[in-house]
Design a protein around this ligand. Structure first.
Ligand SMILES: NC(=O)c1ccc[n+]([C@@H]2O[C@H](COP(=O)([O-])OP(=O)(O)OC[C@H]3O[C@@H](n4cnc5c(N)ncnc54)[C@H](OP(=O)(O)O)[C@@H]3O)[C@@H](O)[C@H]2O)c1
Length: 270
């Protein structure tokens, strides 16, 4: 039965990768919060069924854009649509893909796919909505990174590289937008039970089952972090002091690099 949560003041939320996994849950939770939705992914049939269910359950307006965010013309089309839509108040850059294999065993198509979808499209769609957000001094950008964005293991080089891009792009944006009311949240999930694992070539069954979160828990925790005003949300990390220590070390290392002279260990003696 429809509960008609529609809240015109919330505006429109765009969710990329809304046909499955975390994006599908984000779409549901944002519809519950009263947002109208624009859902983006390649599989139009899946987007249509997600859209129909959310319209029926929540009474919100849902439109879909079928697009391959790894294809330049499609990305241009989505970016133009978002830039032109002043009702957009929230963008969840969630679409992502993964091949977990050594670089020498990764095809060029897989390499380009990860770079284009995980990094290029995320930056491009952020770039499309942010001028409007800044002009209106209102808007929220949620970028989905990964804990693998600050930790690379054999087989994750390319994926980790794309997610490192997401991290520093988002942290830089937070600094650039600090004086505005525009919010940028960086979400860093660890293993979550979605199709991306099968797609990556590493089935979920190969993981330690105790390390896997449900997508519902992941998105609900991430939205709780957003509500708390967090800049960086790590849904599965209990000890929040770990992130504080990591960011302190990152800043200390950068400050320590501003010496203008080679470190003494690199100076030739005698
Ligand atoms: N699951 C995890 O363990 C985990 C951990 C850390 C971070 N993440 C990140 O979470 C995000 C969501 O992933 P997920 O786990 O929910 O995976 P998923 O279930 O495989 O969903 C990925 C979504 O991205 C869309 N997508 C993939 N390639 C696309 C393309 N070329 N153009 C447009 N849409 C595309 C897919 O839709 P179509 O196939 O219909 O296009 C799908 O809706 C990703 O950024 C992922 O890197 C996941």
């Amino acid at each position: 039965m429809s509960t008609h949560n529609h809240n015109p003041a919330a505006g429109t939320a765009v969710v990329t990768g809304a046909s499955a996994g975390l994006g599908k849950i984000y779409a549901d939770r944002l519809a519950k919060r009263g947002y109208d939705l624009i859902l983006v992914a390649r599989r139009g049939d899946r987007l249509d069924s997600v859209a129909a269910a959310l319209r029926a359950a929540h009474g919100v307006k849902v439109s879909t854009i079928v697009a391959d965010l790894g294809a330049a013309a499609d990305l241009d089309r989505v970016a133009a649509a978002l830039a032109a839509d002043s009702s957009v108040t929230l963008l969840v850059n969630n679409a992502g893909t993964s091949t977990l294999a050594p670089v020498v065993q990764t095809s060029q198509v897989q390499l380009d796919g990860m770079n284009r979808v995980n990094a290029d499209a995320l930056a491009r769609l952020s770039h499309a909505v942010l001028p409007g957000f800044v002009a209106r001094d209102h808007g929220t950008l949620i970028n989905i990174g990964s804990v693998l964005g600050s930790f690379a293991i054999p087989g994750s080089s390319i994926y980790s590289g794309t997610k490192a891009y997401v991290q520093l792009f988002s942290l830089g944006l937070q600094a650039e937008l600090a004086a505005t009311k525009v919010k940028v949240q960086l979400v860093l999930p660890a293993a979550t039970a979605t199709d991306i694992w099968e797609i990556s070539g590493v089935p979920l069954s190969a993981l330690d089952q105790a390390t896997i979160m449900t997508p519902e828990h992941c998105v609900d925790a991430a939205l709780a972090g957003l509500d708390m005003g967090e800049a960086i949300t790590l849904p599965s990390v209990e000890d929040s002091g770990l992130l504080a220590a990591f960011e302190t070390a990152r800043a200390a290392l950068f400050a320590g690099a501003q010496s203008g002279t080679p470190a003494s260990r690199y100076q030739i003696k005698g």
